[in-house]
Design a protein around this ligand. Sequence first.
Ligand SMILES: O=c1nc[nH]c2c1ncn2[C@H]1C[C@H](O)[C@@H](COP(=O)(O)OP(=O)(O)OP(=O)(O)O)O1
Ligand SMILES: [Mg+2]
Length: 266
Amino acid sequence: MIGSGDVLLLATRNSGKTKEFREAFGKLGIAVKDLHDVEGIPDIEETGHTFADNALLKAKAVADIVGLPVLADDSGLCVDALDGAPGVYSARYAGEPANDAANNEKLLLELKRLASHSESAEAELVGERSGAPGKERLAESVEEHANESMKVLLAESLNEQVEEVEQEPEQEPEQEPEQEPELLSSARFVCSLVLYDPADGSHLTAEGAIEGNILREARGTDGFGYDPLFWLSSHGRSMAELSLAEKNAISHRGQALRRLLEMIGK
Ligand SMILES: O=c1nc[nH]c2c1ncn2[C@H]1C[C@H](O)[C@@H](COP(=O)(O)OP(=O)(O)OP(=O)(O)O)O1
Ligand SMILES: [Mg+2]
């Protein structure tokens, strides 16, 4: 039922999603349209409790209006330190109307708040164990180690000076090895796709997920949504530092789409 007339309508107003589907379907000779190309489709409330529920809701609502098969994508970010939030609320995490920058900012705020809470809880625990209040105990610990740290610092700076002198002047400065950036929590992107046929109400559902970590600082300018905060250790890049094709090859959406296409023999 897909590709009747080799055009497929997506039940989305998210141009970032449309771009990714265009890249993937282009290879199959299928043109992709979205709700920016169709008039008279109202906003569809995403009242489901799962990604699959919401994808079905969107696909059915639009397909019943246009009378053609429709593909819907419901997706989001599940962050472990936040017990799976924002999850199905990813798009409206910072309120409505949906705003990627505000959502990213809220995500960082929540994770940093959590980190500072657990740091102070840890300090108190140290205090309780030693019988001294947390802050005092920490100060003592700094005192105890101060001399040792000073020695290490002095030795390091001496070593650096020696290395500087020893370096050949015409030698290329060595490239700093890229350090793993600071990460706040493990997380995953999840995507549910539903292809709905209004002729008989039949539909197919496919899911995909990708594991990663939330960065303390945004990186990259490609993609959309939470991509700049989603770190892929295996690639040494954020999702927003991948090209469209690279993202599709690994993403939750790419995986779900390949599964769906397999189901319909494409
Ligand atoms: O690959 C992704 N890279 C980064 N962020 C992503 C991705 N995939 C989903 N997300 C985020 C964006 C949005 O905050 C929410 C999706 O919400 P979701 O309701 O499915 O989409 P949406 O409202 O943007 O468009 P629409 O419902 O019209 O398809 O998860
Ligand atoms: Mg939505």
